[in-house]
Write a protein that binds this ligand. Structure first.
Ligand code: UTP
Length: 411
């Protein structure tokens, strides 16, 4: 059987033969590239993703509040002790930072990688440059360069690398910067058909920030970290301009607590705020999403009047290298998002939807927390740690984030 015949048979078995409908119209190179992709496309996984698209929590999970430490309540002695432990790790070059910059930034609507978005913070700087400044400050303080790994996607990798080249890596030594691409999953239409982006290309999209663990292992990033003697790894997003990547207190506390993962939290602004909050789920660390928490649970308070489920997850996470290795070999669940997506219709024309018409599948980083036995949660102050840029305007927009940044840095 020819390669084409083999692929046809495989596709037909899964009702996906439309993917090859236009093969006769393609150039040799287009045909080759389509067949190469289809050969390895995991149709069984696609079927499972589609069938599980509406799966929601069974509600049988045992949810309990999770303990946290409030950094404002630490004594001077505790502060000094943890900072000393953290600084030792930083000075010894045992710390690395990973920036997740593979997202599409759909809500912001910036054309280009989100990290290339410019904001006026005294001077006009890109989100990548703002992130890099934290690392440069750390070098001045600890006399050790922090390796900086940047997760991109197929869609934005080349533009990201070019931006770094054009900007001379913002003055950071190039040998301490590495890019790696996250994985992708096919987008699937309402009836279970995988979508075509063009006649020769399957429509695929980044597999969510939870894809980071698999991507780090596949791209030998964990191996590279080990060869550099890295023990602690900070993982954060690109869109929080107050993200404090290098925090010796946080690192020192995680090490002292003997945990394999830690997260900085901020208190939920009010019970209805749309953020995920930490909890223990069946005895393991977890995040309960805002869509999952009942109003009653969201309003529960302890004897001091604090929300029992009030520690918000803000993508400010620290992992021990052992945890990264472990999680990289585990499967995280995929969550389906209903989105608008253009695709090539049966008659060969491009269909442009006016309403959501397709499913995108994403893994979430916080689904990895249950893979470790326990985590340290360090409650920190919102105004010191959290100025996200998500939307073009209004809440969590460049305007609100810049105001928070300026107030914090006094610029
Ligand atoms: P968000 O979930 O806010 O997504 O990402 P986004 O892509 O920035 O924006 P929208 O939802 O399309 O509007 C939080 C962080 O996780 C990264 C983003 O780049 C951002 O730093 N991320 C998200 C990835 O690296 N990969 C993904 O697949 C998704």
């Amino acid at each position: 059987m020819s390669k084409l015949e083999e692929i046809k048979t495989k596709l037909a078995a899964y009702g996906q033969d439309h993917l090859i409908a236009f093969v006769g119209e393609l150039s040799d190179s287009e045909r080759e590239s389509l067949l190469t992709r289809l050969e390895t496309l995991d149709l069984e996984l696609a079927k499972k993703l589609y069938e599980g698209r509406n799966d929601i929590s069974t509600g049988d999970d045992k949810i309990e509040p999770m303990a946290y430490v409030d950094r404002l309540k630490l004594s001077d002695e505790e502060n000094a002790k943890y900072i000393a432990i953290g600084e030792e790790i930083l000075k010894a070059g045992k710390f690395a930072s990973v920036t997740m910059a593979g997202g599409q930034g759909t809500r912001l609507g910036h054309s280009g990688p989100k990290g290339t978005y410019m904001v006026e913070v005294g001077e006009t700087k890109s989100l990548f440059e703002i992130t890099c400044e934290t690392l440069k400050r750390a070098y001045v303080k600890y006399n050790a360069y922090i390796p900086w790994y940047i997760m991109t996607s197929r869609e934005n990798n080349d533009d990201t690398v070019k931006f770094f080249e054009t900007n001379n890596y913002f003055g950071y030594p190039k040998e301490y910067v590495a890019f790696f691409k996250q994985g992708e999953l096919p987008m699937i239409g309402e009836t279970g058909k995988i979508l075509l982006e063009t006649k020769s290309m399957v429509r695929e999209a980044a597999d969510g920030h939870g894809g980071i663990f698999e991507a780090m292992n596949k791209n030998d990033i964990v191996k590279d970290m080990k060869s550099r003697g890295i023990e602690w790894i900070f993982i954060g997003g690109i869109d929080n301009i107050l993200l404090n990547i290098v925090d010796p207190l946080f690192i020192g506390m995680a090490k002292d607590a003997g945990v394999k993962a830690a997260s900085k939290t901020i208190v939920k602004a009010n019970p209805a705020e749309k953020v995920g909050v930490f909890c223990k789920r069946n005895g393991r660390p977890s995040v309960i999403e805002y869509s999952e928490i009942s109003e009653e649970m969201a309003n529960l308070r302890d004897e001091n009047g604090e929300l029992l489920y009030g520690e918000s997850h803000i993508l400010c996470n620290l992992f021990n290298i052992d945890a990264l290795e472990l999680i990289g070999h585990e499967k995280l669940p995929y969550h389906a998002a209903h989105k608008k997506s253009n695709y090539i219709a049966e008659d060969g024309s491009e269909f442009v939807p006016e309403a959501p018409n397709a499913y995108k599948f994403e893994a979430f980083i916080f689904d990895a927390f249950s893979k470790v036995e326990d985590m340290l949660l360090l409650r920190s102050l919102r105004e010191h740690e959290f100025a996200p840029i998500k939307n073009k305007e209004g809440v969590d927009s460049p305007e609100t984030a810049v105001a928070l940044y300026k107030a914090h840095w006094n610029v």
